[in-house]
Design a protein around this ligand. Sequence first.
Ligand code: ADP
Ligand code: MG
Length: 215
Amino acid sequence: MTGITLALSKGRIFDETMPLLEAAGIRPLEDPESSRKLIIATERADVRVVIVRASDVPTYVQHGAADLGVAGRDVLLEHGGDGLLQPLDLRIARCRMMVACPEGFDYASAVRSGARLRVATKYVSIAREHFAAKGVHVDLIKLYGSMELAPLVGLADVIVDLVSTGGTLKANKLVAVEEILPVSSRLIVNRAALKLRRAEIAPIIDCFAGALAPV
Ligand code: ADP
Ligand code: MG
């Protein structure tokens, strides 16, 4: 038996996945925040956790390097979801994908004018689809972080980013002007692994399902 590999990212997703893992008797033997190890054994000899960048989780699971993973809906939409099953919305790491702009910017007029809107974002696919559906012409500017800076220094008119409390927007005098979609993290499973090793994997999914927060 080869055992089950679960791909997780550090921080919010790892922390909020812990109670669900607990329900399946999966207790990691090290804390990824303090350990530099990327493969972490658990109290279950048949389950290990691998620590990867949030946006890389679907890639590991798609290729079968991990059997299971936890990834945000944002990351899954950007990835495309090829080869992945998404059996559970884990209802963790909840936030909203929003359009935001500087406090004084007239977003409604900019969208109506027919002129091109300059949009800075890490989420190029989600942004492209959102504005295409509205019939708004956009120049997409791909960034990897600190999106809030872009409109402040003239790189873009608006940003598309995840918002939870709005604290970061407020600190940079930005306002959210449109919601694109609600985001939470999903359990993802390699399609072939579930087929070939259902007896090992299905009980883990069931334990997670039984431990979800109420809707
Ligand atoms: P990275 O820094 O590697 O891009 P983050 O740790 O910021 O990743 O985010 C990982 C995942 O957590 C995101 O893909 C998203 O689903 C979720 N997330 C990001 N920001 C928030 C937030 N403010 N509130 C709740 N969940 C969030
Ligand atoms: Mg981050």
